[in-house]
Design a protein around this ligand. Structure first.
Ligand SMILES: [Zn+2]
Length: 320
């Protein structure tokens, strides 16, 4: 895992991405397509609402945390599709857009040179997934099978790509507080989402998931949203305390709300430890985590199911 690569993606001007592929200039900015011989297209937007030229990348216990970095939306997604996916052997073509934050994503100008099987994007807070107008029962079940809670969202680039006639998924990438100066991400959450995509990719790389842009849109019923629960996805390895080893060198207090935690500046942290943590993300099978989460949560989920049944009857949600 190359965290310096991450820093570069977070701080590079949009012009620097042009040379990565075939770039066309549209009335709303550049659109870059990278041919990697993939049958799935991974999308990210390079524009942002706020910009911090010096984001803080820190180690917090055994987690890696990026702080005060509003451009994580969607530069973290750009890092995922440009760097993380290929390193994990996930072969996708890439589409990099501009003007998404203005509601004028240059994705709308994309003329696909081939029929893609499906689309993915990592431009969502937290770690659920959303499908917008691509959603139907089958695709929702598919996401749930891989451990995603299916949420609802406003829009992102893939919403402009219905003319590609395949399903599109926007996966949570672990940022929080987007569009604010305090925007942060804990890469543990990022990689929990990544691992689910990794499993889905393994099974579905070659599966064409057709989408009819003219089909009636699924009416999204949100009555179960009131019961979001952290049990729906396992956050496996958010370490909340340092070992009590008396070694406080380089460990400094952190901001309000994190008083029980400590962190060190990434520049002073041990690169090898960071890399070990990162490799564990790649290597730890996601299914193991899911099973553990299921065990941990089963009794709580049973209580919620019962409550839902009482409130909504047999028609009620059976998600939890
Ligand atoms: Zn975004």
């Amino acid at each position: 895992m190359n965290f310096r690569g991450l820093k570069r993606r977070l701080t590079a001007p949009i012009e620097d991405f042009r040379r990565l592929g075939d770039t066309v200039d549209t009335e709303h900015g550049p659109l870059t397509w990278i041919d990697r011989g993939g049958d799935v297209l991974a999308v990210a937007h390079l524009d942002y609402v706020l910009w911090n030229p010096k984001p803080k990348i820190t180690r917090q216990y055994e987690n890696v945390k990026i702080r005060k970095c509003p451009q994580l939306d969607d530069r973290l997604g750009a890092w995922m599709v440009l760097d993380v996916l290929p390193r994990a052997g996930i072969r996708c073509d890439v589409l990099l857009t501009d003007s998404e934050e203005l509601g004028k994503s240059t994705a709308q100008f994309f003329q696909p040179p081939k029929q893609y099987n499906w689309l993915m994007q990592f431009d969502r807070a937290g770690s659920d997934a959303v499908m917008y107008d691509y959603e139907d029962d089958d695709s929702e079940s598919l996401l749930e099978y891989y451990g995603y809670q299916v949420g609802s969202g406003s829009f992102t680039d893939i919403c402009y790509l219905e003319h590609l006639e395949c399903k599109g998924f926007n996966f949570g990438v672990g940022y929080h507080g987007q569009h604010t100066k305090k925007c942060y991400a804990n890469l543990t959450e990022t990689f929990n989402s990544f691992r689910k995509v990794q499993s889905m990719w393994k099974d579905c790389e070659d599966v064409h998931m057709p989408h009819d842009p003219n089909a009636p849109k699924k009416k999204k019923i949100n009555y179960w949203d009131w019961r979001h629960t952290s049990c729906s996805y396992p956050v496996s390895k958010v370490i909340t305390r340092y070992p009590d080893d008396g070694n406080d060198a380089g460990r400094t207090p952190v901001e309000e709300g994190y008083e029980d935690q400590m962190e060190v500046d990434f520049s002073k942290a041990d690169d090898d430890i960071l890399n070990d943590v990162a490799m564990e993300w790649y290597n730890q099978p996601y299914d193991d985590l899911t099973d553990k989460c299921q065990d941990d949560c089963e009794s709580e989920l049973e209580a919620i199911r019962k409550e839902n049944k009482e409130l909504f009857g047999e028609e009620g949600p059976d998600r939890f």
